[in-house]
Ligand binder design. Structure first.
Ligand code: UN1
Length: 510
């Protein structure tokens, strides 16, 4: 809608010059110089700077969080839900700032930015509602006459929420909001690449009325993450990122003495899509391009390996390559851009190494050209690679690279076995109009989210709870009915309500 778009673009233009800052919510000591944050779309654009948390900062944050937690828990779910809704309102009011940061700090296109803010608001409202429902009043449990049993949910204590750069707002605030809804205090560690948008999010949480000590920002790299997972005062960690880092955090939590921590991890994938000869080619084309290349392929849900049934492989691949070639690679600030940069030079290097390796194997590789305007940014030319076997992929390739395999109709079972053997289990796409094929795949594929005859990204909060199994994560699914509960502990009170019981305990002085 041009009436909305034009003023928004004007605002974004103005915001493009703003200098942002992120600091720990509490500073325990003097700090060295702040670290500049440069934009992935243009390394000359300094978006702002970050002061990273030191050990003393994290220590002080933990002391304050521990002190504040009991009162936050006692406020109950109704009050906490109200505050989270208020945060959602403020996020909506500050959409232009968030869009600007999505673009400059994370290199997101405007469409991706709008979806990101929407998802953040959805998480806040969904978990606000869960706070009211689960923590509003105790659940009475059945028991014999003369006895009352009440189940109550409480916060576990202090959660460390370690979040990724690819959803620097939605997945920064989502797990933190769930932890808060359940009555925990939160130390939120954003990805080192995207602390600025996180700082704005935490500022708005405080403006909404959540006490400063209840959610605190602790920016930094893996060292800050290790401080959190290694500290006995942390009662749980939620983490979204690589499988490798999840293993490290898990080991560190296991090595501590003291309370057994909860660990909720959402990690990588080797996501596939299976397309058989009954599929609708136009629909497949659209869904493949969106699943593999939207957000420059930097979603853990993104399509990595496309399996095409042999009979249709050539014609299907022609259509996909045609649509792929029409994708606009460019600066996120241009509305026409479909595919923007990857997050940084390290990501760029890893992807280029992978593509070079595949080229050395002699596999057919198709790449789009990069326009000159991409030169000052971290761009990877979007790529399609035809594989001989899925085992040729050694790891998750987190970017705009799609791999293609062919299969024989009678080998569908083997294809699913091979996909399962990757031990990842996040998303799987299926394009088939044969109901028995769908049931066959549903019964065998070890994946968290199966998408049939549509794209396989963009899970909607409350509608498609999202998360995987195996190497892809611990569950429960984000934006689903069992998520907030995992951040809580259960307590049961049993009361003898008979006269004898009451008298007996009174006589005993109890
Ligand atoms: C991630 O990329 O870390 O369904 C997970 C989707 C998103 C994926 C988020 N919810 O595409």
């Amino acid at each position: 809608d041009p009436l909305v778009r034009e003023p928004l673009l004007e605002q974004l233009d103005k915001l493009a010059a703003r200098d942002w800052a992120a600091t720990p919510t509490v500073l325990a000591e003097d700090h060295g110089p702040a670290r500049p944050i440069t934009s992935p779309q243009d390394r000359r654009d300094v978006v702002g700077s970050v002061l990273e948390a030191t050990e003393a900062d994290v220590d002080l944050a933990l002391v304050r969080a521990k002190d504040a937690q009991a009162e936050w828990d006692r406020r109950g779910g109704i009050a906490r839900g109200h505050l989270l809704d208020r945060v959602a309102d403020l996020f909506e009011e500050h959409t232009p700032e968030f869009l600007s940061l999505c673009q400059r700090e994370a290199g997101k296109t405007l469409v991706d930015g709008v979806l990101e803010v929407r998802e953040a608001v959805d998480f806040l409202r969904y978990y606000a509602c869960e706070a009211r429902m689960l923590f509003g009043s105790p659940m009475p449990l059945p028991g014999p006459t003369g006895e009352e049993n009440l189940l109550r949910l409480h916060g576990r204590g202090v959660f460390g929420c370690i979040s990724p750069w690819n959803f620097p707002l939605a997945i920064f605030i989502g797990p933190a909001a769930a932890a808060l809804a359940a009555g925990n205090c939160v130390l939120a560690k954003p990805a080192e690449q995207t602390p600025l948008i996180a700082a704005l999010a935490v500022k708005l949480c405080h403006e909404a009325g959540i006490p400063d000590d209840v959610i605190q920002l602790v920016p930094g790299d893996g060292r800050v993450g290790a401080m959190l997972s290694g500290d006995e005062r942390i009662d749980g960690i939620s983490f979204t990122g690589s499988t490798e880092t999840a293993h490290k955090i898990n080991r560190s939590l296991a090595d501590r003495e003291g309370p057994i921590a909860t660990f909720i991890a959402e990690t990588g994938g080797q996501n596939c899509m299976i397309v058989d000869s009954s599929a609708l080619p136009e629909q497949v084309t659209r869904d493949v391009v969106a699943s593999a290349f939207q957000s420059a392929g930097q979603r853990c849900s993104a399509l990595r390996v496309l399996y095409l049934q042999e009979e249709i492989a050539d014609s299907m691949l022609d259509m996909i390559k045609g649509a792929f070639a029409a994708q606009d690679v460019g600066q996120p600030r241009d509305l026409a851009t479909d595919i923007g940069p990857v997050i940084d030079e390290e990501a760029q290097g890893k992807l280029e190494d992978h593509i070079a390796e595949m080229e050395q194997l002699g596999l057919p590789v198709m790449r789009l050209g990069l326009p000159a305007e991409c030169e000052p940014g971290s761009y990877v030319a979007p790529t399609i690679i035809e594989l001989d076997a899925i085992d040729q992929l050694k790891r998750e390739n987190f970017g705009p690279v799609l791999h293609v395999r062919r299969y024989k109709a009678e080998d569908l079972g083997k294809v699913i076995e091979r996909i399962n053997r990757t031990r990842y289990g996040l998303t799987l796409g299926l394009h088939s109009r044969i109901a028995s094929t769908r049931r066959f795949v549903e019964a065998r594929a070890h994946v968290g989210n199966l998408y049939v005859n549509r794209n396989q990204i963009g899970a909607v909060v409350g509608t498609q709870p999202f998360g995987g199994e195996g190497l892809s994560g611990t569950g429960p699914k984000a934006g689903g009915p069992h998520y907030v509960e995992r951040f809580a502990t259960e307590r049961v009170t049993t009361i003898d309500t008979t006269a004898a019981g009451g008298n007996a305990s009174l006589l005993a002085g109890g």
